[in-house]
Ligand binder design. Structure first.
Ligand code: PLP
Ligand code: COI
Length: 355
């Protein structure tokens, strides 16, 4: 499909090399916008200047939350190439989210073509500082001006880009996490596995309380018994117990993370025992008491590999590996970021160059 290009008359000043970017604060010059209308399908993709969009106050997404999104990154390698990490997985997951939210499927090749064209235009925005990348946010939402509850007939697919650094201010230093006992984020049969705004809205109150107690994120428990570990606000969670790497299995209530999937493959390639299974918070507490809880870390596009230094469950404070990053977490971080930034040979064939 032909992608229209509308030139910006007003290019922004790019961040200075060395300027601390933070996460998700800065937006580039252009965005991609493609409408969907019933009868026409996805049509007229356009790359145009990044700017506010006009919406009817009755737009269905604003009232009933029919929206999905993705998160991925473009990396600049030492030899000045731009590459993506498993982007096809993101568009596959976008369509799984679409299915759950009754949003029309977006052909994955078309989504990829749109992204590649936008990245070609915005290449110079991919940062070159260590640990920084261009965060990519594709999203879709229903725009019909209608107040009844039904799936929309009209949508917008938009991709915006944000040069970003570490998601957590602490960088690779361990984060402290608090086990949420009161609220739940998702239940099986719900939409926990979909990347949709409502899941994040449900998580805000827990995160807010955690922040008030000086914790950076919440570890969610299952929505039925509040016994089994699910995931963290913006990442999947892994434990190393007595040499075994364990992570909650996918049962529909947590996001099937692409970093999670990759970390599992990397750990297996090292010959480590990896289990995807139910893990109760009691088991973690017992392993801690028995001195067998060796490492805890989160995985995510924004969070990369984030070691957990302190885990609080009720009145119990567990200090993991002396509040220092563990060997497996460090090695995983080095391997994953090495592949992403082109410093380690990509034996898995995960990277895709933007040409
Ligand atoms: N879980 C949640 C709730 C997330 O928001 C994310 C981030 O995207 C993840 C897990 C990790 O997923 P991925 O590794 O695909 O970024
Ligand atoms: C990501 O890691 O891409 C995310 O979407 C996490 C978050 C910023 C919601």
């Amino acid at each position: 499909m032909e992608i229209k290009f509308t030139k910006s008359e007003n290019l922004k000043k790019k961040p200075e090399p060395g300027q601390k970017l933070g996460f998700g604060n800065i937006f580039t010059d252009y965005m991609l916008v493609m409408p969907y209308d019933e009868g026409k399908g996805w049509h007229d993709p356009e790359i145009k200047p990044y700017a506010p969009i006009e919406l009817s106050p009755a737009s269905m997404c604003l009232h009933y939350g029919q929206t999905v999104f993705e998160g991925m990154k473009a990396y600049r390698t030492a030899d000045n190439k731009i590459q993506l990490f498993r982007p096809e997985e993101n568009f596959k997951r976008l369509n799984q989210s679409n299915e759950r939210l009754v949003i029309p499927q977006l052909p994955e090749e078309l989504a990829m073509e749109c992204l590649m064209e936008l990245l070609k235009v915005e290449k110079d925005w991919v940062p070159s500082n260590d640990g920084e990348s261009l965060y990519i946010r594709p999203f879709i939402f229903a725009v019909d001006p209608f107040l009844g509850v039904r799936p929309g007939n009209s949508y917008l697919f938009i991709i915006i880009l944000s040069p970003s650094g570490a998601y957590y201010e602490s960088g690779l230093n361990p984060v402290n996490i608090y086990v949420e006992n009161k609220y739940v984020r998702a239940v099986r049969g719900g939409m926990g596995y979909a990347k949709t705004g409502g899941n994040y809205a449900a998580s805000l109150i827990g995160q807010d309380e955690a922040h008030k107690q000086n914790f950076s994120q919440v570890l969610w428990l299952d929505g039925v018994e509040q016994k089994y570990i699910e995931e963290v606000g913006a990442m999947n969670i892994f434990f190393v117990i007595d040499g075994e790497v364990v992570t909650p299995m996918l049962q529909g209530s947590i996001l099937p993370g692409i970093t999670r999937k990759s970390a599992i493959e990397v750990c297996k390639s090292w010959g480590l025992k990896v289990s995807e299974r139910r893990i109760s918070i009691q088991e973690i507490s017992d392993a801690y008491d028995a001195g067998k809880l060796q490492e805890v870390f989160g995985t995510g596009t924004a969070a990369v590999i984030s070691p957990v230094g302190i885990l609080k469950w009720g009145d119990k404070l567990m200090e993991i590996n002396g509040n220092k990053i563990g060997d497996i977490s460090q090695k995983l971080y080095d391997t994953m970021t090495g592949i992403q930034w082109g410093k380690v040979e990509d034996t898995f064939n995960w990277t895709v160059e933007v040409k």
